[in-house]
Design a protein around this ligand. Sequence first.
Ligand SMILES: *Cc1c(COP(=O)(O)O)cnc(C)c1O
Length: 397
Amino acid sequence: MSIEKKLENVGLGTKSVWSGETELFYQGATQVPIVQNATFGYRDIDIWYDVATEKKEGHIYSRNTNPTLHVFEEKMRILEDAEAATSFATGMAAISNTLFTLLSPNDRVVSVKDTYGGTSKIFMEFLPRFNVNVELCETTDYDAIEKEIKKGCQVVYMETPTNPTLKIMDLKRLIKAAHAQGAIVVVDNTFATPVNQKPISLGADLVLHSATKFLGGHADAMGGIVCGKKDLVKRIYHFREINGATLGPMSAFLLIRGLKTLELRIHKHNDNAMELAKYLQTHPKVESVNYPGLESHLNHKIAKEQMMGFGGVLSFTLKGGFDSVSKLLPLLQFAHMAAHLGSVDTIVGPPKVASHVENTPEERKMLGIPEGLIRCSVGIENIEDIKADFEQALSKI
Ligand SMILES: *Cc1c(COP(=O)(O)O)cnc(C)c1O
């Protein structure tokens, strides 16, 4: 049995360490070298031509392919159970390149109001300029989404859990409705990661990520990835190689390094977020907590069915609104106030100044994001310390 075949039957932790790395690299290097160069030379023009026309494997120019990037793509392809994968400079590059590859003027895309801020900007500002019809539905009104899908569309774009409201979309049901119309299904799996959710096993055609978040996991590299059906990934790769939103080799190296501990980290994130959510839910100064692992969560049942874990991100509101938020956050000692999530350190931020700062107050209202919401990406610190930190900060407001 080939080692590639064997890798399909091993656990996720083994996959993330070994996928794409079953051969030794340059001069026997056991770890992936950072191939930090723009181009690849040939001594034989016929071989060069065969590689350039994709008759032979190899690399021509790093805007197209690069050996370090290839390892990152292979790891994600195998972790997401996909036929193919292609990488990008950022998560937004993955999302915009995918949408602009798949959609043409007069096409229709059905999505929801709660997508990531940058994604909702593409839907509201950029796609309409190219005469693409965008329908943004209420995120958890599955009947309404199904109705819009049935009117006909080329792409159904989903994100679950959503950022920053942690709403859950019913993947199986909506994928079925989309495929009945012949639409391509794209799922942003950034919040869940393949440790907690496998959209391809539920029927999705394409899964994409901001690799900047949990996949890299250390807030030190940006990147994006699209995994899925070979023919679709090939089209998206072609758009990206010409468009030029290519991942850098140094970032790819850092993302590979991060991916090796993905399973370990996500299990810890899951446990810590669950415990912090439970703690916050009972605190008298907290108004509401959004976390799909809580039984009180609107979509807890579906989350339990389609997810293996509930992720490291929660959001909550305080009594006293944005005033209380501005007082609380600077009091936290072990939490960065920053526009980020998915890192080993705990990170807090109001979507109003972080994930949805690009949106106007009216747009945030339309998207259902309270101005006083706090998003908290719970890190892998010891949970007793995280809870104690919130306790001391909450006691002072
Ligand atoms: C951060 C994020 C993105 C965008 O990724 P970048 O790497 O910042 O471009 C897309 N989707 C979700 C869910 C995100 O959290």
